[in-house]
Design a protein around this ligand. Structure first.
Ligand code: SF4
Ligand code: SF4
Length: 343
């Protein structure tokens, strides 16, 4: 074990570095704080975003600092993100455009999907469940979710130990996807409605919200065993950003694309996660049985390995072009099983 980087001491066993250990709380598990094992339903406490004090926040802050400092590519991405978020929302047109929820939804999708920054888009109603505990600053009725792939070859350099290339791809992915959200927000604002874009590197206290739950509800994809999402369009290697708006829209529906069934019989990420943070079984988290990544094991590792993301690179769905056919195969298999059960 070193001062700055720890070491793998056995299969799925990682000994964090001295400095990380010093920052880790001795008596509070991040898993308990996140609601692992709890059967009551409540909103999650914020982690990187917002005013809530997470007991592991010192380690999270160290992760943030190590992911950024000394890496010009990630600093440039964060500055672009911040600049765009602060200054580049266009003025809301004084006159509201004519249209219906159906025509606005259809036209918005048609237009913004032409942008290189928007690969997939979904719409859902805003719910208080999408906000962290104590963050109730959003009153807009709609969330539009944008998804955009990262460069798989760059991301997968972490499998060769090059975590710097991976973190550059991840932070750059947040920035490019936030660009996509701005394309959507400005499309809406030019038609006289309120819209605001949020990205993964946003730090807007009291307004920040979760991206994965609305992305699932709006049909972008499903939650996977590695705690990230998988989509039948953009696979397992993408970033999300969101837009909140009061433009009348039509909600998309959640979709079963076969991810849950695939993850049930795949162990790739569970096997490949160095500290053994990915459970092979679903667990109860704040009243919902779901896939869960062990926070106390993952956070020290990602802190010392520039965001890690091995579980993204190693997932079969992340390989470019594979996801649509994998989803089709799974859906056919599930349909056959259903037929067999009915006969
Ligand atoms: S990022 Fe994924 S592979 Fe890396 S430690 Fe966390 S769960 Fe494991
Ligand atoms: S590696 Fe396998 S189990 Fe893990 S998220 Fe991908 S498909 Fe699911």
């Amino acid at each position: 074990m070193g001062f700055w980087v720890g070491k793998v001491v056995g299969k799925h066993q990682y000994e964090p570095a001295t400095f990380t250990k010093w920052l880790m709380p001795k008596d509070v598990s991040g898993n308990d704080f996140n609601g692992l094992g709890r059967e009551d339903v409540y909103r999650p406490p914020s982690h990187f975003h917002g005013p809530n004090w997470h007991p592991w926040k010192k380690v999270a802050n160290l992760f943030g600092m190590r992911a950024v400092f000394g890496r010009p590519g990630t600093i440039v991405s964060i500055m672009k993100h911040k600049f765009r978020e602060t200054f580049l929302h266009v003025k809301i047109a004084e006159q509201k455009a004519e249209g219906t929820a159906e025509s606005f939804s259809r036209d918005m999708k048609r237009d913004v999907l032409k942008s290189e920054y928007v690969e997939m888009i979904g719409i859902t109603r805003m719910k208080s469940d999408y906000m962290f505990a104590g963050q109730d600053g959003i009153t807009s009725p709609w969330v539009v979710v944008v998804a955009l792939s990262m460069d798989y070859d760059e991301l997968a350099k972490n499998l060769e130990g090059n975590f710097s290339a991976t973190i550059k791809q991840v932070i750059g992915g947040y920035e490019r996807t936030q660009h996509g959200a701005m394309v959507v927000a400005n499309w809406i604002r030019r038609r006289g409605y309120y819209a605001k874009a949020y990205g993964g590197a946003s730090f807007i206290e009291n307004e920040f919200h979760l991206a994965i739950p609305p992305a699932i509800d709006s049909g972008i994809g499903q939650l996977a065993k590695n705690g990230s999402m998988i989509s039948d369009v953009v696979g397992g290697n993408f970033r999300l950003s969101t837009v909140v708006t009061d433009m009348p829209l039509v909600a998309d529906e959640p979709r079963n694309i076969g991810v849950d069934e695939f993850c049930m019989s795949c162990k790739k990420c569970t096997e490949d996660c160095p500290p053994g943070a990915i459970s092979d079984k679903k667990q109860m988290v704040r009243g919902v049985e779901r896939w869960y990544v062990n926070y106390d094991k993952c956070l020290p590792f990602i802190t010392e390995h520039e965001g890690c993301a091995i579980c993204l690179s190693t997932c079969p769905w992340s390989r470019p072009g594979i996801a649509p056919s994998l989803s089709q195969k799974m859906l056919k298999k599930m349909a056959r099983q259903k037929e067999q059960m009915a006969s």
